[in-house]
Design a protein around this ligand. Structure first.
Ligand code: BES
Ligand code: ZN
Length: 631
């Protein structure tokens, strides 16, 4: 496979020398599909030769067969008069391919690879404009999760949602499944008439009695942002251009939780310029959604585990909203540049939170991020994965999912915060706003970003760049010396109270009344690893951790429950793991069980009950962790 990529890469490079300009008036340094330096190692497609510009998707969602029957009509631009269009697919049954609405085409399928799926090669002419592919998805399509009514809040209707990032779009739509390729789309989707369908596009706000819904995404997006949800979904308005979708029994709680959404949008726009996607809505999905949130444009997909009842977990919304700039507007060219999506987004998330809730709030987030980062670097070093602690990744031959670590998120954040601290916030803000404006609707790779940084942050401000800056932060392992140190008075206070307890004060004497979720998280994370059962019981009696309705607190407490064999917490642990499919919670909890002597039996017993509730993204990780085989 390597040599093929080399040749394709070479062709791409040669193509770059006389590549045509694109519509979006990129600035000099902008990477376009035609000038991209690096081949996307996670896609079989050939976008430097022929590129998909638009998708018309006509689909029928069938809950009985748990499959989608669809036709994808691709409008292509054959840049190099090439003879083949190569698409990515994974598990699709292709019924037919037709060129320009008339000519049936033969097609060939490449060898199937477990991670990448397979190529679909379609012979085309230099004049071919439209390629229609009729196909059916597999019941086990990796992006799709089909839920029984019992797995929903309402328990009466089935539910379907997709998760396309990073390379799962190919399991439900044949596309050039690479973040460097942007296209617009229209869709017509038929669903059972009592259900509503929503997509990462213009959306209906009400069910109709035909079950046929039409969508339009007029801004070009990469394939990993293709998204669809179908279920008993209703809509509530939040502000002028924002609202929330959820099942009827969840929607009011969600509307309350996201009450500050309009202030967040305003804060974000003040930082990086106008919101480019018209509306910003959120859909709260059933609890098996494998992520906290997914930044599908116009419609963030979110886990219900952020509905804490007190708005304390809404930084996740700030995060997904921030992706409307970092990621959706300026997109990582390949998954090796993933930190450009996530590191910027964490930085931006903290800035939004600072501006809406104050610096002492955002410094708590930053301190927690630094803790996560340090422990992940430590773990990666122990496991011989130091190479993956570099911001610029090399995921050759590996799943793009391997890059989803605290490095991209929190080391990326720390790098940007470091830059801010070096040049001052005012200059950094000017730089960032300009960066998003001039690279809107483009792809960005790490090297191009560093060139822009050199020119527009350092040179233009007459500041000399520290010589080893990029070697240390971007191409170096671990956390560089002199990295930023968030300071949180509120956390210092938590440490003081904890100290009192360790010096034998009663738990009832600790001053905790004013604490918010984040202070409790810091408290739980700072507790000694080994606690006696008496101490566990006393903590639980004083603060009610086992019965907490806050998912982050539950998760932090359950790590102690597992580590100390605190049996009164086991029932809650099991229910939590069966109901929640959010991978960020599952991984540490199952790992913690494996570290205990008899923990493997416990982990397997819970997993066998919980697994049917999890999305592929979660089972894929947990199967490997627990050596689970279905055969
Ligand atoms: N885009 C990511 C989720 C993602 C990344 C899915 C890579 C698949 C592959 C999303 O924006 C995200 O980062 N979600 C986080 C939330 C966050 C506040 C850090 C999550 O789901 O935990
Ligand atoms: Zn993100």
């Amino acid at each position: 496979m390597k040599s093929i990529y080399f040749i394709i890469g070479l062709l791409a490079f040669l193509g770059a020398c006389n590549g045509p300009s694109t519509e979006n008036k990129p600035s000099e340094e902008t990477v376009t599909m035609e000038t991209m330096k690096e081949k996307d190692i996670h896609s079989y497609s050939n976008p430097s030769q022929v590129v998909v510009k638009h998708l018309d998707w006509v689909a029928e969602v069938n809950f009985d067969s748990t499959s989608i029957e669809a036709t994808a009509i691709l409008t292509i631009d054959n840049l190099e008069a090439t003879e083949n269009l190569v698409l990515d697919i994974n598990g699709l049954s292709i019924a037919s391919v037709v060129l320009d609405g008339k000519e049936a085409a033969t097609f060939t399928l490449g060898e199937h690879n477990e991670i990448f799926g397979q190529s679909l090669t379609i012979p085309i002419n230099p004049e071919t404009k439209l390629v229609s592919i009729k196909y059916t998805t597999d019941p086990n399509a990796q992006a799709l999760q089909w839920l029984n009514p019992s797995q929903t809040a309402g328990k009466e209707q089935p539910f379907l949602f997709t998760q396309s990032q990073s390379i799962l779009a190919r399991s439900w739509i044949p596309l050039q499944d690479s973040p460097g390729v942007r296209f617009t789309y229209n869709a017509k989707v038929q669903v059972p008439s009592n259900l509503l369908a929503v997509m990462s596009a213009s959306n209906p706000q009400q069910k109709n009695n035909t079950g046929l819904y039409e969508f339009e995404m007029k801004q070009p997006i990469p394939s990993y942002l293709m998204a669809l949800s179908v279920g008993d979904i209703v809509f509530r308005e939040i502000g002028e251009r924002s609202g929330v979708y959820a099942e009827p029994s969840v929607v009011d709680k969600a509307a309350y939780e996201f009450e500050d959404l309009e202030s967040m949008i305003a804060a974000a726009e003040a930082l990086y310029g106008p919101y480019a996607w018209d509306r910003y809505d959120i859909i709260v999905l059933p609890p098996s959604f494998p992520f906290g949130g997914m930044e599908n444009p116009r419609l963030t997909f979110a886990t219900p585990t952020i509905l804490a009842g007190d708005k304390s977990l809404v930084s996740l919304v700030a995060h997904e909203l921030a992706h409307s700039w970092s990621g959706n507007l300026v997109t990582n060219a390949t998954w090796n540049d993933f930190w450009l999506n996530e590191g910027f987004t964490v930085y931006f998330e903290h800035r939004i939170m600072e501006s809406v809730y104050g610096r002492d709030y955002s410094e708590m987030l930053a301190s927690l991020a630094l803790q996560d980062l340090k422990s992940e670097i430590h773990e990666m070093e122990e496991n011989g994965q130091s190479e993956d602690t570099k911001l610029k990744l090399n995921l050759e031959g590996r799943s793009s999912d391997d890059g989803m670590t605290a490095i991209a998120y929190d080391k990326g954040y720390m790098f940007l915060r470091y830059l801010e601290e070096q040049v001052g916030r005012e200059r950094f803000d000017v730089f960032l706003k300009n960066y998003f404006t001039s690279n809107a609707f483009s792809v960005m790779d790490t090297e191009t970003f560093l060139t822009i940084l050199d020119k527009d942050l350092f040179e233009s401000n007459g500041i000399e760049r520290p010589a080893a800056l990029y070697e240390e932060w971007v191409y170096g392992v671990g956390l560089p010396e002199g990295s930023p140190e968030p300071t949180s008075n509120r956390f210092e206070e938590v440490e003081k109270q904890l100290g009192k307890w360790q010096e034998k004060a009663l738990l009832s004497d600790l001053e905790v009344d004013a604490w918010t979720t984040h202070e409790w998280l810091h408290f739980l994370r700072s507790l000694p690893e080994n606690l006696t059962l008496e101490q566990m019981a006393a903590l639980d009696a004083a603060f009610g951790f086992t019965n907490s309705g806050n998912s982050e607190i539950t998760m932090a407490w359950m790590l102690h429950v597992i580590a100390n064999g605190y049996t009164p917490g086991y029932e809650k642990l099991e229910t939590f793991l069966i109901e929640t499919g959010r991978r960020k919670f599952l991984t540490p909890l199952y790992k913690a069980m494996l570290e205990k002597e008899d923990g493997k039996t416990m982990a397997n017993a819970i997993y066998s009950k919980a697994r049917p509730n999890y999305h592929f993204v979660a089972t894929n990780t947990m199967d490997a962790l627990l050596n689970y085989t279905s055969k």
